[in-house]
Each structure stands twice: as structure tokens, then as C-alpha cells.
Design a protein around this ligand. Structure first.
Ligand code: SAH
Length: 382
């Protein structure tokens, strides 16, 4: 029998105590790390050695850290290097160049990340939350609701593990390293701002304090949490911002991006423009093409007008995404002729536009499909 620990709240309702994820070296800032080793009775310089092993050598097994005295390696492993995420499953697609990993956290929450290898670069798409609270009807993750935010170490774990395995040559295509990181897996990164920023700092910090990946290679995607977009602009980190717009008019956007009722098209475009203006980074405007819903040519014209009304100096780039089908959804991708017409109308208006390739759609690793099969997989297991 398991005992559930908790308390009665003011209304007399039983509230179970929520267990917290363990603390990992990746939850500590560089100064916290020095303080922590000193508190554990070790000399401060051990912090740099430990960080060097973890972030620069990408060696994940403290037992092999031979620059530490053998007698303290167990203590270091137990105190600061718990397993944050267990690999629960892995699938590949696109001839082994797309690798989707399902992870199980300490409390059983399942999240996913996807590695995509291209000829000249490797991108990893990571999760910032288990589930998502934004409830966009076309997205598989949005349908399941939010379970919880991830901690910084749970977020960076996904990147660290991929970097380590890439360096070791574990994937098709030979040894490599991560060039781009996109927060386009499960979750709304801006709804978990603090932990996401701690993770970004650590991914960006040069060795040995972090993974040393350039801020320009990091993309944070949001449905448009305006106050957080403004906060991000002031962080002084030139990360790329992606705005999931999906409709140029409030009538439709209210329906397909529920947060639009709080921050409408004008508000999110103003915040996106301000971001570009402050950071001098081009904002990526994400637009899923859904058949007969948002793919009419007049909407392409309206989109172009609304973007260009804010400035015509190349502050944005439109990224069209053919809808990936999700279970139970009545929507499908646009007809090829409508997609072409949409692109042509944007191009005619002078809007820089690309159509995203849909990597991994046969393993549910494409946009919006993460978690699509978790229910069926869970029932297979039990
Ligand atoms: N919550 C953030 C981060 C998740 S990113 C955001 O929405 O921006 C996920 C990206 O994939 C977004 O651009 C999202 O709109 C897109 N997406 C979601 N569901 C999709 C689907 N079914 N087909 C194609 N793209 C989808």
C-alpha cells in the first residue's frame, strides 16, 4: 500500500503534497556551484573540474572523472548528478537522421525531444513543459492539458544527452555537435519563463560553465504571451523569437489560438516588432496551413499588410508549416494549389517566406504531434 502525504486545505479538501524533482548540478548557477562544493566540505576549485567534465568533456559518469579523488566521486554523483530523465523509448525516421526520444521524469511525466540531422547542421527540438496549457485545438500536446513545468535541469538534460551522444558518434551520420536548439517540443516556454531562461543561460554559457552554444542558434517559440516577449527582449540574449501566429485576424485566431482572447493579433505583432527592434533579430512568424480554415489568399494578403504596416526593414520572416494531422482532429493540411497560392501572394507582397519541411511525421515527431500516441503507448505498456 502506498501512503499519500498531504494536507487539508481551508475548504477541507485533501491536497496531496507535490513531490519536487531532484536538484541537479544543472539547476545551479556557476556561483551556486562553488558555494555548494564548499558547503559539502570540498575545495572551491572542484566546481570548475566538475563542470568541465560535465559540460566540456560531456562525460556523464562521475565514476570516470579521474581528475577528482576516487574517494569523492560517489559523493559528487549522489549529491549533484541524479538521473533527471530516463530514456523511455526512441524511434527514428528519415533514414535515421531524425531521432525522437521519449523521456520519463522522476514523477512519471513523459516528455519528448527530437534530433534532426541535416547535411550541414544538427537541430534539437526540446520540451519546456510536460503537456501544455495553451489548448490550441490543432496541436496534440495542447489537447492533453498541462501536467507541470519542467525544471532547468530537466530542460538542459535533453540537450546535454543529445550533445554527448552526437559527440560519441552514436547516430547515423557520424560524430557531430548541436548547432540549433528550438523550444518547439511540448509546452509553452514563456509559461515556464524562469526555468526556461535558466536553461537558456546554461546552454549558452561558454565551457566549462555551460554547453557554449551560440544564442543565435537558440529559438524560443511562443503563442504570444506578450509580457514575457517584452521581458525576453530585455534579457540581452540575442535568441531568436518565433511567434506562432496562424491567423492574421482576431475572429479566426480567437478560435485556433485560445490565448488570442487575452493578447490579440495587434498586441502580439506589436510585441514581436518591438522584440526585433530591440534585439535586431529577425522574428520568425509561424503559420500552420490548415485546409479551408486559414489558407485563403485574402488571408495571405492581410498577413502581409499587417506585418509590413509595422515596418518594412526585414524584421520578420514567415515560416509556413503544413498541418500535421493529430488524432481526432477534423482538420487536414492545405491543398497543394492553395499552399502555392498562399506563398505566391506573400511573395508578391515582398514578404520573405519559406515552407517548413515536415521531418519525422511518420513517428509522430513532427510539430504538434509529440504526445499524440502517448495514450496508446501507455495502454500498450500496462
Ligand atoms: N507553445 C509554443 C511552443 C511549441 S512550438 C508555440 O506554440 O509556439 C510548436 C510549433 O509547432 C508551433 O509553431 C505550433 O504552432 C506548431 N504546431 C503545433 N501543432 C501543429 C500541427 N498539428 N501541425 C503543424 N504544426 C503544429
Amino acid at each position: 500500500m502506498t501512503t499519500i502525504v498531504g494536507h487539508l486545505d481551508l475548504t477541507g479538501k485533501f491536497r496531496p503534497t507535490r513531490r519536487k524533482p531532484p536538484i541537479h548540478w544543472m539547476d545551479l548557477s556557476p556561483t551556486d556551484r562553488v558555494d555548494a562544493v564548499k558547503q559539502a566540505g570540498l575545495p572551491g576549485f572542484r566546481a570548475k573540474q566538475i563542470s568541465h567534465q560535465w559540460f566540456a568533456s560531456l562525460n556523464a559518469d562521475p565514476a570516470q572523472w579521474t581528475d577528482l579523488p576516487a574517494g569523492i566521486r560517489d559523493q559528487v554523483a549522489e549529491t549533484w548528478f541524479p538521473t533527471m530523465l530516463d530514456r523511455a523509448g526512441e524511434q527514428t525516421a528519415d533514414h535515421g537522421t531524425t531521432i525522437k526520444t521519449a523521456w520519463r521524469a522522476f514523477d512519471g511525466a513523459i516528455i519528448e525531444s527530437v534530433i534532426m540531422r541535416y547535411r550541414d547542421r544538427t537541430t534539437i527540438c526540446i520540451s519546456s513543459e510536460a503537456g501544455c496549457g495553451m489548448a490550441c485545438p490543432f496541436c496534440a500536446t495542447g489537447q492533453g492539458g498541462l501536467q507541470r513545468n519542467l525544471t532547468a535541469s530537466e530542460i538542459v538534460w535533453q540537450v546535454h544527452d543529445a550533445a554527448r551522444r552526437l559527440a560519441a558518434g552514436e547516430f547515423k551520420g557520424g560524430p557531430g555537435h548541436i548547432n540549433n536548439i528550438v523550444f518547439m517540443g511540448m509546452g509553452e516556454p514563456m509559461a515556464n519563463y524562469k526555468q526556461v531562461m535558466a536553461a537558456v543561460r546554461q546552454i549558452h554559457a561558454p565551457n566549462p560553465d555551460g554547453l557554449g552554444i551560440g544564442a543565435r542558434g537558440i529559438t524560443i517559440s511562443t503563442v504570444g504571451m506578450v509580457p514575457r516577449m517584452r521581458q525576453l527582449a530585455d534579457e540581452g540574449l540575442p535568441v531568436t523569437l518565433a511567434l506562432s501566429l496562424h491567423a492574421p485576424d482576431d475572429q479566426l485566431r480567437d478560435e485556433i489560438v485560445p490565448l488570442n482572447k487575452h493578447f490579440n493579433v495587434d498586441a502580439v505583432l506589436d510585441a514581436a516588432w518591438d522584440y526585433a527592434n530591440v534585439t535586431k533579430r529577425r522574428v520568425s512568424i509561424e503559420y500552420i496551413l490548415i485546409k479551408d480554415i486559414n489558407d485563403q489568399s485574402w488571408r495571405a494578403d492581410l498577413l502581409a499588410r499587417r506585418l509590413k504596416a509595422r515596418g518594412d526593414w526585414g524584421w520578420f520572416h514567415v515560416n509556413l508549416i503544413p498541418l500535421n494531422p493529430t488524432p481526432g482532429s477534423k482538420w487536414t493540411a492545405s491543398r497543394p494549389t492553395d499552399e502555392r497560392a498562399f506563398v505566391e501572394h506573400l511573395e508578391h507582397a515582398g514578404v520573405p517566406v519559406t515552407v517548413r519541411d515536415t521531418r519525422g511525421s511518420d513517428i509522430d515527431g513532427a510539430c504538434g504531434q509529440l504526445a499524440a500516441n502517448l495514450d496508446s503507448r501507455a495502454s500498450e505498456r500496462s
